[in-house]
Design a protein around this ligand. Sequence first.
Ligand code: TTJ
Length: 639
Amino acid sequence: MGKNTYDAESITVLEGLEAVRKRPGMYIGSVSTRGLNHLVYEILDNSVDEHLAGYCTEIHVTLEADGSATVSDNGRGIPVGMHKKGISAERLVFTTLHAGGKFDNNAYKTSGGLHGVGSSVVNALSTYLTVRVKTGGFIYEDKYERGNPVIELEKGLLPVLGKTKETGTWVNFLPDDTIFDKIRFKEDDIKNRLHETAYLNPGLTIFYEDKRKEEPEKITFHEPDGIIGYIKDMNKTSEAVHDVIFFKGKSDNIEIEVAFQFINEFHENVMGFCNNIYTLEGGTHITGFKTAFTNIINTYARELGILKDKDQNFTGTDVRNGLTAVVSIKHSDPRFEGQTKTKLDNQDASKAVSKVTNDELTRYFDRNVEILKNIIACAEKAAKLRKSEEKAKTNMLTKQKFSFDSNGKLSNCESKDASKCEIFIVEGDSAGGSAKMARNRMYQAILPIRGKILNVEKASIDKVLANAEIKTMIYAFGCGFSEGYGNDFDITKLRYDKIIIMADADVDGAHISTLLLTLFFRFMPELIYEGHVYIAMPPLYKVIPSKGEEEYLYNDEALEKYKATHNVSYKLQRYKGLGEMDPEQLWETTLDPARRLLKRVEIDDAKRASEVTELLMGLEVPPRRTFIYENANEAELDV
Ligand code: TTJ
């Protein structure tokens, strides 16, 4: 029977896994740390499915000292018996792409999410993988190397390690270092994921252990309050308007659970899950919830006389002002769409969530009118702010007939061909002066800005728009701006293909760049999404050798390399700031498209974009700065 490994079926199986090793990104998204951590989640999801099926209460996740990971559970155990064509069912699970669904009839599988492709993919991408299954009184073991079984089965049966009365599955694997960039699991991501899983599965306990540390770290994730606890924890440092409200229901065979709470802050955070998969891009369940919620609040506000006949309805954004919510649904056949396949697409989910939300919230608010009034007060605050912002905007755009350059600081370029034009935003008047002299005045515009520009997060919109340098920038770019309500930004009107931030390579320069990026991100995010924003990288050094060519060096590595490859004496000039360069030097090093180094600012996917919003809106300066710079691409030569 050992020969079975070589029959036709098995060969196609092995070819399947070879495809995974050839194109790992297609199966796990990437071979970066994100893809690496994904291996753990792929295995973990099987145990969570067993929990959802009603048979598993405990899961252990261990990051082992040797760099491997172990996931184990107390479920029924993967079936080890003979499956069709003489292959053990367990072997099919680990060697067949998209196997898994064949053996279980769970209504709600967690797989089918981002890259839900299963344990065979993990197996294919692991140097080794060991499985132990406790079932029917015995412990069985199976082993693989790079996806290939290394044990010959006798009579199709797995070797028995011993006897046990328990049941469960244990999987240990070491990611393949010839596939992944790095094979060190990132513990913070894993802990977050485990915590999230615990919130979504209140009956489950997850034991986490990191044995790679000298003093092993152990955490138990158990959240008996489920998504109620999730909301409580997210809001624990905020001022709550009321206790967490929870409701659940079933409609059209879709199970729905919602927990929410308002806090005294001006932002919303509505998170959706379908079958435990976080739906970053939202989708029908979220739309259903939002639609119902907006209707309910407006209906009550009129009934209570808070909105009069002449008043307009609250907008959706108004009624969600200060809202933290988790909408978690279970669907028997989820479909995901969107850029990152994290947007729920099932139309029936929208109706079902609307219906349950309507029924349950009406019941709740009828009995808790005081809480309802406090929630409506949050919407009123938002509506008031919205109206004053709308007014500020029209005032700015119409009343003050604005000249192109309000304070005469902009030195515009002559060409009107936006695809060729660039604008340099230069820190400081002296660098600004040099830049004006040095530039190619046909295509390069210079806008000097002085000191620190306003921190737009902390300022109200009127104040932001009153700031002379910000106004000049908005008008120079030509696209208008958007904020919160409506979108008046029109990227097709952009006057410059490149917006280049030119600041010193010191802490103050980094601060100015951060403030500018924050401004763009909040009011003109498309500039960043469409790749129009750059950071100029002035050189750090100039070497003047006793013989040979002078050279500018842009970082310390370049200097090291220079020292290693040039065997002559030289003078080293260190630039302290842009202001120290004369116009000619500034042109050679920072302005000349043929020689300069630019770093394009990018936000690489939707997830980061949402994180950046949170970071930008919530935190103090230091983490914000790190974030933006981490996400700026490596410097690339722009020629
Ligand atoms: C399937 O239906 C019959 C009884 O067992 C069910 C099952 O497969 N349960 C199961 C699988 N529990 N745990 C797993 C599992 C756990 C890990 C860590 C890894 C994998 C691939 C599966």
